[in-house]
Design a protein around this ligand. Sequence first.
Ligand SMILES: C[S@@+](CC[C@H](N)C(=O)[O-])C[C@H]1O[C@@H](n2cnc3c(N)ncnc32)[C@H](O)[C@@H]1O
Length: 145
Amino acid sequence: MAGHLQNGIIEGIDFSETMVDVAQRKNKKYIDKGKVKIRLGDFNDMPFDDDCFDKIYSVNTIYFWKNPKAGIARIHDILKPGGKLVLGFHDKEQMDKMSLNEDVFRYYSTRDVADLLSNDGLLNKVDIISRKGKQNALHCAVGIK
Ligand SMILES: C[S@@+](CC[C@H](N)C(=O)[O-])C[C@H]1O[C@@H](n2cnc3c(N)ncnc32)[C@H](O)[C@@H]1O
């Protein structure tokens, strides 16, 4: 993504030191140019100003959200008006086959995620876009503030 960026900056956040190290190493060239910033932190705190992002995306993370409704509400706050949220995820049917620890992972159907984004009229034009891979499908929920 950083290679396609014409202007602006990409910010990333993860609370795993290992993942932050990996991401910082992979993006060093862009970090040095000031195009990418990666911080160690908890997404639930979202230490960002309101109305500051054009786009927010997150892939395979919704399963870990402690309070999904509050998470979407906070994303809404930090998106600019007209900004876009893209959430990539595998649905409940696929997650059920993976034998994961259900105390850690929370499963969602595509309907659940679409409802979450449009809950209380928070995001508009909510769409689910699905692409089939060899083994399973990845869904993207897209919503506009
Ligand atoms: C399953 S990985 C997904 C990584 C990558 N997006 C992918 O699809 O391959 C989930 C990542 O989210 C991070 N994560 C989970 N909960 C988080 C939170 N509350 N705040 C910040 N990072 C979190 C984990 O540390 C992990 O790196």
